[in-house]
Write a protein that binds this ligand. Structure first.
Ligand SMILES: Nc1ncnc2c1ncn2[C@@H]1O[C@H](COP(=O)(O)OP(=O)(O)OP(=O)(O)O)[C@@H](O)[C@H]1O
Ligand SMILES: [Mg+2]
Length: 524
């Protein structure tokens, strides 16, 4: 009898001990755990469950399991309350946090852990889902960038001859206008046709110029397969960034630009464009819409001691809370609503800038504004004179020009516009150009497309170097962007000059004037 009582006592103590252990496991579990009764009422909840639902024990115990889900399950998918039917279930759901936000969970329901009690374990997977969504978005951005590079490239050829033809018509009409006006006033008719035509051409040139800028900007922000570091002129790059961000900026702030006499920096133009664009968009988004006259975004650049350059983007927006400041460069840290920010911007900026040997500094005053400063290495003195941007020399000379482009209209427009000043020959392929050279023709300058089907401009150049080396030194490439890796290596290794399509006639004229003088073979 005594022995039986002792055994019972021991067994009870063991049960109590096990219960204590179970309780400790239940309370310490990182996943939310709910214990529900047969009618579906929650009878117990661990600490993780209270965190998940955003309320204390009293706010959880006594609620019905079914009402935790934000929405009824889709037909055919498991529901939280299925465990009440005595089935072991697993599924996904959304539960509502006391703050009103929804949390995504994966759940498992285990029936009858003891008579009349079921266990439901819930794992909060909201962050993981957000992360996936953001990675997918980042991935899409890469595809969009690649697409943009292709579109920019395809638009460049037609734009090249639209822009050049319009400037030709403009020039010729300007010359003709006084004569037309005189002739018309002599016969007493409407004298203003020439001016109306000139206005029409100016409007068309404005439109083409806007397209040219859009294409140039697209090229700046597209992602080439491989990246080239070199001297980057900051003022035009920052101007491109401002024009891409202009829609975000213009309703919120005045833009102040202080970019005089900044030396070029050493880096990759497309990547730096991404950095400054993100800083500009962040600055704009920190300012409320509708009071543009009260706010300012200042973009400035200046040389620092030690061959470095600082670019600053400063705004008069919301500022950054001191507790957020240490986290703003973390990937996915954002205070913006979903759809506005991914929180990747600054972390990407940070990695781009440090890969270029630079750093990003930030100063912020809550309620007053923020300044981001990007410090970059200046490029050496040899980088100062980027090709194609030099000033036009005074001297002019008549020369024999060969234009090689598989897009016939590019050749035609150069021929049409420069024929009066130079002798222009057009070849629609590199082979046709080589045939002319083989037949003994000589040219003072060869303007060649870089990428052409069959035989590229690079092959033409190499072939000229073997057959007529003096002509190889007179090749200038016309490029439409979206370089292939081979083209990029070629341009890095060979001492050749490039002109970007679409080009203004003045750019070509200045190039010819300079090259025909320096070539030392002017013809008159
Ligand atoms: N100029 C600024 N003024 C105020 N807060 C800023 C500024 N720039 C960045 N922040 C803060 O830093 C956070 C992180 O910026 P980041 O550029 O990395 O991501 P995001 O702008 O939120 O999203 P994304 O750039 O990916 O679209 C922002 O959510 C914001 O809280
Ligand atoms: Mg951002």
């Amino acid at each position: 009898m005594l022995a039986a009582a002792l055994a019972r006592e021991l067994a009870e103590a063991e049960v109590l001990e096990r219960e204590r252990q179970m309780r400790a496991v239940f309370d310490a579990a990182l996943d939310a755990m709910l214990c529900v009764d047969a009618s579906g009422l929650i009878r117990d909840a661990n600490a993780a469950a209270m965190t998940l639902l955003g309320c204390g024990r009293a706010g959880v115990v006594g609620r019905s399991l079914a009402e935790l889900a934000a929405e009824p399950p889709r037909p055919g998918t498991p529901a939280l309350a299925d465990v009440l039917r005595g089935e072991r279930v697993s599924g996904a759901a959304e539960v509502v946090h006391a703050g009103g936000l929804r949390r995504s969970v994966e759940f498992t329901g285990i029936p009858d852990i003891r008579p009349g009690r079921h266990l439901v374990a819930l794992r909060d997977v909201s962050e993981r889902k957000q992360l996936h969504a953001r990675l997918a978005l980042a991935d899409r951005m890469v595809s969009v960038g690649t697409l943009a590079a292709g579109v920019a490239h395809e638009l460049n050829n037609p734009l090249a001859y639209v822009v050049a033809n319009l400037s030709y018509v403009d020039e010729q009409l300007t010359l003709l206008a006084p004569r037309l006006a005189a002739a018309r006033s002599g016969c007493g008719r409407e004298p203003d046709l020439a001016n109306a035509l000139l206005d029409a051409v100016h409007d068309a040139r404005d439109g083409a110029e806007r397209m040219r800028v859009i294409v140039r900007d697209l090229k700046t922000f597209s992602r080439p397969d491989e990246e080239r570091a070199g001297p980057v002129s900051l003022a035009p790059l920052l101007d491109s960034c401002v024009s891409v961000a202009w829609n975000e900026i213009r309703h919120r702030a005045r833009l102040v630009r202080e970019l005089a006499d900044v030396p070029p920096v050493q880096g990759c133009e497309a990547r730096l464009g991404q950095v400054f664009l993100n800083l500009l968009v962040n600055a704009a988004q920190a300012i409320p819409e509708g009071h543009a006259d009260e706010h300012q975004i200042r973009v400035s650049a200046r040389a620092l001691a030690g061959e470095r350059v600082a670019v600053e983007v400063a705004d008069t927006g919301s500022g950054i809370a001191p507790e957020h400041l240490p986290r703003i460069f973390d990937p996915f840290f954002t205070t913006k609503p979903p759809g506005v920010g991914t929180g990747l911007g600054l972390s990407i900026c940070q990695s781009i800038v440090s890969a270029m040997g630079g750093e990003i500094q930030v100063e912020s005053a809550l309620g007053h504004g923020t300044a981001f400063r990007v410090v970059l290495p200046a490029s050496g003195p040899d980088g100062a004179g980027a090709p194609g941007r030099g000033a036009a020399p005074a001297a002019r000379a008549r020369g024999r020009i060969l234009v090689v482009d598989d897009e016939p209209l590019v050749g035609t427009v150069i021929q049409r516009t420069l024929q009066g000043e130079h002798e222009v020959t057009v070849a629609s392929s590199a082979r046709a150009a080589l045939a002319r050279v083989a037949a003994g023709e000589r040219f003072d300058l060869i303007l060649s497309d870089l990428l052409m089907p069959e035989m590229t401009g690079m092959e033409l150049y190499r072939s000229l170097r073997e057959r007529a080396p003096e002509l190889a030194g007179r090749v200038v490439f016309l490029t439409g962007g979206a370089f292939t890796p081979a083209a990029r290596t070629f341009l890095e290794q060979e001492p050749v000059e490039c002109v970007e399509k679409p080009f203004e006639l003045e750019t070509i004229r200045a190039l010819l004037a300079r090259r025909l003088v320096t070539a030392g073979s002017p013809r008159s």
